[in-house]
Design a protein around this ligand. Structure first.
Ligand code: GLN
Length: 544
């Protein structure tokens, strides 16, 4: 295919309509028909990237192989498509302005007054076309964050308007996502908010080609006709998106509604080939028909907002399906775990995952949860800060190093078993300065992780400043906590395990960023398998 086609996804009426899931679902359907597809997210906020944002703001910060700290929607794109994303797939207003201002300082605008139109809009257009110009994709889906009518999104909408004109008919289309609310007092679905939203888009010179209408109730043919007539779209282009029990149902629901067919028609692309979704359907089948169930405690300090640990939650869904097990993830606030209540709070768990995180709040609770898992033979997975807490717990309670800590929490600890990486010591800026992105790791032969991965050399994504302090390596190893994964170039410890425990693994990296429907992460698959095995073993022991 010579001409790259562009699909722009905008949203109206309210935020949180699930544009990311609709974009990912459409991309999946197009990919399943053989089109090389990727998705890009444009975020209208002024942070240069979401790396400096608290998870309470927009949920988890997702990390790509090339070290971009991005919006969590990129996680959905990778999980649905099994295609890696990069720096180019997430652009914020902050990044756009930073780049335009840097060009201005270099004198690249040749004395001109630098303005939103054309300089900011040109920069946006360039960023949209980077992926298209790479030649790697047939179709680019660009999701515009925010809601039409917002002051922040105006330059993006204007850039899209210009691009649609430049690309010409059939090369660029707009899918507008809206809400069709149900008024119980009137007992009916209301189309007016959608009409207003489409009108707002029109005022900016953009006509929606396809409407995707989020709804809690079936949209009748009559209402579809009404939406079509008043919103200036054809009836087949009014797509119902009703609430789903799992996000993984959405691609099939969109196919049923004909979203992919009408998209291809608008882009003048052949639609005769049916999408091949066999693998996807098989995954759904396993996910919906589990043979067993396990309960895993997710110990974190941002648990009030489930989106804070999005990739971990989704990794458990992939790993659950792989094992034909329903994984109930029970979120437990680390700040609520005291020496007194821990047994009660963790009762009924079959396995424990201690989550990533930053700062001091809740870390004593995390350390208690590690101890509980270690002493009660519960399968344990510690991710990033969770791995660091496992090292601290072992130092304190097995090696008797009272007050052992990470220098992140206690710079004056007598036993800095976790300390700042050498190259981090001179860093003063917070944004984009952590150890980020994919790093190679070598796994020790005969270790548990080697068996789990089935290979010696892996590459995993990182996002941290602190590390295992190699000065304590020998002592730890002699007492039974063994480093089994290393970066061969730097000597940094990336994995620890306790061989005498049924399944105890801590990883300095984030396996959750690499788990997809097509390729569930081996560490999560192995963990869930071990949790089930240990549960069954304990059940048999209690029956004997
Ligand atoms: N706060 C820790 C560090 O910076 C762990 C980071 C994380 O869990 N992502 O090293």
């Amino acid at each position: 295919m010579s001409q790259t086609k562009y699909i722009f996804v905008t949203g109206g009426v309210t935020s949180s309509l699930g544009k990311g899931i609709i974009a990912a679902s459409l991309a999946k359907l197009l990919q399943a028909r053989g089109y090389r597809t990727t998705i890009q997210k444009l975020d209208p906020y002024i942070n240069v990237d979401p790396g400096t944002l608290n998870p309470y703001e927009h949920g988890e910060c997702y990390v790509t192989d090339d070290g971009a700290e991005t919006d969590l929607d990129l996680g959905h794109y990778e999980r649905f498509l099994n295609v890696r994303t990069s720096q180019a797939n997430n652009v914020t207003t902050g990044r756009i302005y930073q780049s335009v201002i840097e060009k201005e300082r270099r004198g690249e605008f040749l004395g001109k007054t630098v303005q939103v139109v054309p300089h900011i809009t040109n920069e946006i257009k360039e960023r949209i076309q980077i992926l298209g110009n790479s030649g790697d994709y047939d179709i680019i889906i660009t999701e515009i964050g925010g809601t039409v009518g917002d002051i922040e999104s105006l330059p993006y909408i204007e850039a899209v308007r210009q691009l649609l004109w430049e690309l010409g008919e059939h090369n660029g289309i707009v899918i507008h996502l809206t809400l069709v609310p149900f008024l119980s007092a009137a007992g009916e679905l209301k189309t007016k908010p959608t009409q207003h939203s489409v009108k707002t888009l029109m005022e900016s010179g953009i006509k929606a080609d396809i409407l995707v209408c989020r709804t809690e109730h079936e949209i009748s043919e009559e209402i579809k006709e009404k939406l079509a007539l008043f919103c200036n779209v054809r009836k087949e282009a009014v797509i119902q998106s009703i609430d789903a029990s799992t996000i993984y149902d959405v691609p099939l629901m969109m196919q049923e509604e004909g979203l992919d067919a009408v998209t291809l028609e608008k882009l003048a692309l052949p639609k005769d080939l049916e999408p091949n979704l066999d693998q996807w359907k098989e995954f759904l089948e396993r996910h919906k028909n589990p043979k067993n169930k396990v309960v895993i405690g997710l110990i974190g300090k941002y648990v009030e907002l489930p989106d804070s640990y999005k990739s971990i939650q989704e990794s458990f869904i992939h790993a659950g399906a792989a094992n034909e097990v329903e994984v109930e993830v029970r979120s437990i606030h680390s700040s609520h775990l005291s020496a007194k209540n821990i047994d009660k709070k963790l009762l009924g768990l079959d396995g424990i995952l201690v989550a990533p995180g930053f700062g001091e709040r809740g870390i004593e609770g995390k350390i208690r949860a590690v101890r509980y898992a270690r002493e009660n033979d519960l399968p344990f997975l510690g991710i990033c800060l969770g791995m660091q807490m496992a090292v601290i717990e072992f130092a304190r309670n097995v090696l008797g190093m009272d007050k052992a800590n990470s220098t992140e929490m206690d710079p004056n600890t007598p036993y800095p078993v976790i300390s700042l990486m050498e190259e981090q010591k001179s860093v003063t800026n917070m944004g984009g300065t952590m150890r980020l992105g994919a790093w190679d790791c070598h796994l020790t032969e005969n270790s548990l992780v080697h068996q789990v991965y089935g290979t010696s050399d892996i590459s995993e994504r990182h996002r941290h400043r602190f590390e295992f302090n190699n000065e304590y390596k020998q002592q730890m190893e002699d007492a039974g906590l063994v480093p089994t994964g290393f970066n061969l170039k730097t000597g940094l410890v990336e994995v620890i395990e306790i061989p005498s425990h049924p399944w105890f693994v801590g990883v300095q990296y984030h396996p959750e960023y690499r788990s997809t429907v097509a390729s569930p992460h081996p560490l999560f698959v192995g963990f869930v398998k071990a949790v089930l095995a240990q549960k069954q073993k304990q059940k048999n022991a209690s029956l004997a």
